[in-house]
Design a protein around this ligand. Sequence first.
Ligand SMILES: Cc1cc2nc3c(=O)[nH]c(=O)nc-3n(C[C@H](O)[C@H](O)[C@H](O)COP(=O)(O)OP(=O)(O)OC[C@H]3O[C@@H](n4cnc5c(N)ncnc54)[C@H](O)[C@@H]3O)c2cc1C
Length: 175
Amino acid sequence: MAPGPIDQPEKEQADANPAPKLSKGVVLGPDGKPCRTCTDVSSLFAMTKGTTTKKRPALPTDCPPDVAQLGRSSWTLLHSITAQYPEKPSSEKQAETSTFMKTFAKLYPCWHCAGDFQEWMANGNAPRVSSRDEFGRWMCEAHNAVNVKLGKSVFDCGRWEERWRTGWKDGRCDF
Ligand SMILES: Cc1cc2nc3c(=O)[nH]c(=O)nc-3n(C[C@H](O)[C@H](O)[C@H](O)COP(=O)(O)OP(=O)(O)OC[C@H]3O[C@@H](n4cnc5c(N)ncnc54)[C@H](O)[C@@H]3O)c2cc1C
């Protein structure tokens, strides 16, 4: 969940320009300016238009992503990586994959999401990568941790492979 508008690292806050009028949910980036990839675009719209309503016209599809668009694309990439992961990965593949996940969590371009994800991994949730199913379930649990944080439904991790690899058993994804 997005922190309040003044939730940014102290040093960076000190370097910031005079604070813009921020609406609820707008998160600042390291430069002290509203961070689009950390914020729902509706909150940014409410701030720039000076309204309290978050209703906004749909943006064209070729605009920079907000936190939700970035998240959907990122989960698609991450779950698709687990879907293509070997059933019996080599030790080298396992090591590379763990390193990738740790690096991904550091580089994720929404700083508060990245911080929480790193903390989740450090608290007994290191990547489990010894097989495709294990990695797929671990990714599902990682995604569920964010779902819970955002107050969304928890996904049934017993069905991760249907969602991201084989398609649903009812055949609706077949062609
Ligand atoms: C590492 C990471 C951290 C994030 N942290 C934050 C944050 O702190 N604050 C914030 O506002 N946003 C965060 N996001 C974005 C957030 O998770 C969502 O992507 C965003 O809110 C859009 O949600 P959505 O409802 O469209 O679907 P998404 O949550 O993006 O899910 C896309 C699709 O994945 C499937 N799915 C859902 N849950 C699971 C699961 N557990 N396993 C497998 N498949 C599943 C569903 O079919 C769903 O439609 C984060 C994203 C990532 C990748």
